[in-house]
Design a protein around this ligand. Sequence first.
Ligand code: FMN
Length: 315
Amino acid sequence: MMRTRLTALLGIKYPIIQGGMAWTSDATLAVAVSNGGGAGIIAAGGRTSEWVRDEIKKAKGITDKPFGVNITLLAPNATEIVDIVCEEKVAFVTLGAGNPVPHIPKLQAAGVKVIPVVPNVKLADRIEKAGADAMIIEGMEGGGHIGTQTTMALMSNVLAVQHSIPVIVAGGISDGRAMAAALLMGADGVQVGSRFILTTECPTHPAAKEAILKATDTDSEVTGFSRGSAVRSLRNDFTEEFLALERAGAPQEELNKLATGTNRMGSVEGDIKRGVVQVGQSLNVLKDILPCKEVIERMISEAKATLAKAKDIEL
Ligand SMILES: Cc1cc2nc3c(=O)[nH]c(=O)nc-3n(C[C@H](O)[C@H](O)[C@H](O)COP(=O)(O)O)c2cc1C
């Protein structure tokens, strides 16, 4: 047990959320995290509305613990998924890529807690004023779509003032020491993505898991930065080709064509050369594949040990 405003908001044992991960976090992974004492999330990004409804029903059938759904708001079926989440009365949603504000009243009226993912202070303030239940500040160390601010700068800037809602920190948190650092900075909890890929319950292709296990600190790459749509993933043939085109000023349509379907290729088909293997920068500590429950328990015991050790620091 570790009590924070986040554990109180969601009714969970530990202040750990598993980040929504497109083509990666399904009902099986989300339930494993929720049953392990954190909060799991089914990622709707790139999926059909039917798939999302089926996964929600599947999750409900195997756990009575709270879990969430991550909605990519720029997806063509985003409004439909908002409706499904309301009908199914999912405990909470995390909202990224798009403006979450118009969706807040409807979701909350259905009893769904709303947790937008924000990349800077301005948006953090805006969604707090709009009545969000909590916020996730996500630094550019993380895997997947990223903003321009680091986790440390976001923590420094956002957590400098007391917020009326819980603040969850994401990006580069792969172990309990990093979790403890976020809590010491004033966070109410952490969102973890990459670490949960290396779990027995995560459906990601074994070849992609193996590539992540082998990777070290400088092995990730950011594509799309110059176009305002940056994605962090493992460096491979795809990222090299994409970056060469990006640097050469290739038209956006050509880049879009090259990138289409690559998340699926990496995560589901295990094409680690031509597909995208999204992952964060805290790679050296990702050394084993474990059940989610063990990942969570280890993270909590490391965080507790780190916080206990902090008491001995004399300045
Ligand atoms: C494979 C993968 C897919 C992701 N897909 C999404 C997504 O669909 N929606 C979203 O809001 N964030 C997405 N993210 C970001 C995660 O939810 C989380 O914030 C991030 O992984 C945290 O950084 P970490 O990987 O260093 O733990 C993704 C991350 C990864 C690694």
